[in-house]
Design a binder for this molecule. Structure first.
Ligand code: NAD
Length: 449
């Protein structure tokens, strides 16, 4: 800890920081925990998908209080834990007032780490209807910014054909503490014949999953979290990180493989390893990544090539091999591929042209692959972490780090487990309807959309 960091984190330092408006950030509810207060369901215009999904999740729910025309609703008697607004049947601009009328009393009553979950249909129909779809996105992003004490807001676009079974894992994730650092985000759930009727605590039981860059930081958290969800982990990292890698693998009863993912034969080595042990590969999490930051005018070819190769090209080469080696150490049908992008890639970040290219490239890659692999029921998704507390970000000078930490709606850095939980949600067999999505795990970072 640097001298300046010691001052800021001491009791007097925190008192000064608080006077300057830098209050202690809220403690976030994490894990497979449900909202503590009541869940309120507002099914506008008689829609049913939200109601049926909550029933499937075994959650009871209350009716909403509707704000009156003069804005004088009676209010909830106690704090509420969450409001689910099923807006899947809203089609007109006039309809949008219903969002205000149900959200206003609920937002007032929402407890710390509470949840707003809005369900809508993907853009379709006439001009007005399409504009309404987008208006809901504006509502979600703004509500997320206005919520306090670690409460978050999520907008889910639910395909017309998607069933409550297809939506189950996503709604569960959005309501539970697993989504603690996912705020103001929007993604889509499609029809997928998911055919599940409950959430499991160990949905990855007996499945083998590769995690790259698993020796430390976010990768180690992913490996631990997936192992807790029942998976057998093949943990990969470069040989110099071999000792730390072995520790992680031993701790979780997994296997370690020292491998530089940029090696030409990396994909083959992974598939050989899986096949030799008689395992079936369910999924891969491409977490390994590096930064070589410089302003573009100072970025030489070596800095460019190394970042693009580790963060993007290596993943593509490995995917190609693992998809080709069907039944021989490659990814099985019904499997999962997960990329790790970054908000720097989606929004751009000064001094990181190479990194941003690689991470936006990851987002492009999953969106390109997803439809092509749908006939094998393999889903391809990515997380885009914002500021996460790891050794990588620990190297940023303290004051700059503190600014990054607080530049989001939750006023704090995320934890590696927050990224791991989102990846676990993608990997869940119940998330079959989630494909080609990029979900930011950034506390609604002010950088970018
Ligand atoms: N920490 C953050 O705030 C943040 C934000 C956005 C995205 N990310 C992304 O999350 C991922 C993990 O980040 P982190 O903060 O834990 O980083 P980290 O540097 O702590 O860990 C990265 C791991 O990848 C391994 N690795 C690097 N090159 C490799 C190679 N060629 N072959 C195999 N392994 C290799 C490293 O040895 C290390 O163990 C990275 O892709 C990073 O870009 C991190």
């Amino acid at each position: 800890m640097s001298a300046i960091e010691k001052i800021f984190t001491s009791a007097p330092g925190r008192a000064v920081a608080s006077k300057a408006g830098l209050k202690d950030p809220p403690q976030l509810r994490r894990g497979r925990t449900w909202p503590q207060g009541a869940i309120v369901l507002a099914d506008l215009n008689g829609s049913t998908v939200g109601r049926e999904t909550l029933v499937l999740l075994g959650r009871s729910f209350d009716s909403p209080i509707i704000d009156s025309e003069d804005g004088d609703a009676p209010g909830y008697g106690a704090k509420i834990g969450a409001i689910v607004v099923d807006a899947t049947t809203l089609t007109t601009i006039a309809d949008l007032e219903k969002m205000r009328a149900v959200l206003r009393p609920a937002v007032r009553a929402l407890e710390g780490s509470g949840r707003v979950v809005i369900l809508a249909r993907p853009a379709a129909g006439d001009w007005e209807q399409r504009s309404v779809t987008r208006a809901l996105d504006g509502i979600n992003r703004t509500v997320a910014k206005e919520l306090r004490k670690g409460a978050t807001s999520t907008l889910l676009y639910v395909d017309h054909d998607a069933t409550p079974s297809d939506l189950l894992s996503t709604m569960g994730f959005a309501l539970q503490g697993r989504s603690a650092f996912v705020d103001g985000q929007t993604w889509q759930v499609s029809a997928a014949d998911t055919n599940v009727n409950q959430l499991h605590d160990t949905p990855l039981d007996g499945r083998t999953i590769v995690v790259t860059g698993a020796a430390r930081g976010i990768g180690a958290a992913i490996a631990r979290s997936l192992a807790q969800a029942g998976a057998h982990i093949l943990a990969i990292d470069i040989p110099p990180a071999g000792e730390a890698l072995a520790e992680v693998a031993n701790e979780i009863g997994g296997t370690a493989l020292q491998l530089d993912i940029t090696a030409d034969d990396a994909g083959t080595k992974i598939a050989d390893h899986i096949a030799f042990r008689g395992l079936k590969l369910y999924g891969i999490v491409h977490n390994a990544g590096i930064t070589r930051d410089k302003m573009l005018v100072n970025t030489d070819k070596a800095r460019w090539d190394s970042v693009l190769d580790v963060n993007l090209a290596a993943q593509m080469r490995i995917n190609e091999v693992l998809l080709a080696r069907r039944g021989d150490g490659g990814i099985e049908d019904g499997g999962r591929i997960i990329g790790v992008a970054s908000t720097s890639g989606l929004a751009g970040n000064k001094g990181q042209t190479n990194y941003a290219a690689s991470k936006a490239g990851v987002a492009g890659l999953v969106q390109a692959m997803a439809p092509d692999l749908a006939d094998r029921a393999i889903t391809v998704n990515a997380v885009a972490p914002g500021f996460i507390e790891t050794e990588m970000t620990g190297k940023i000078p303290f004051v700059q780090r503190e600014i990054f930490r607080r530049s989001n709606s939750l006023s704090q850095g995320g934890q590696p487990i927050d990224v791991a939980e989102t990846i676990g949600y993608f990997l869940d067999p119940a998330s079959q309807g989630v494909n080609g999505q990029v979900v930011r795990v950034c506390g609604q970072n002010l950088v970018g959309a």
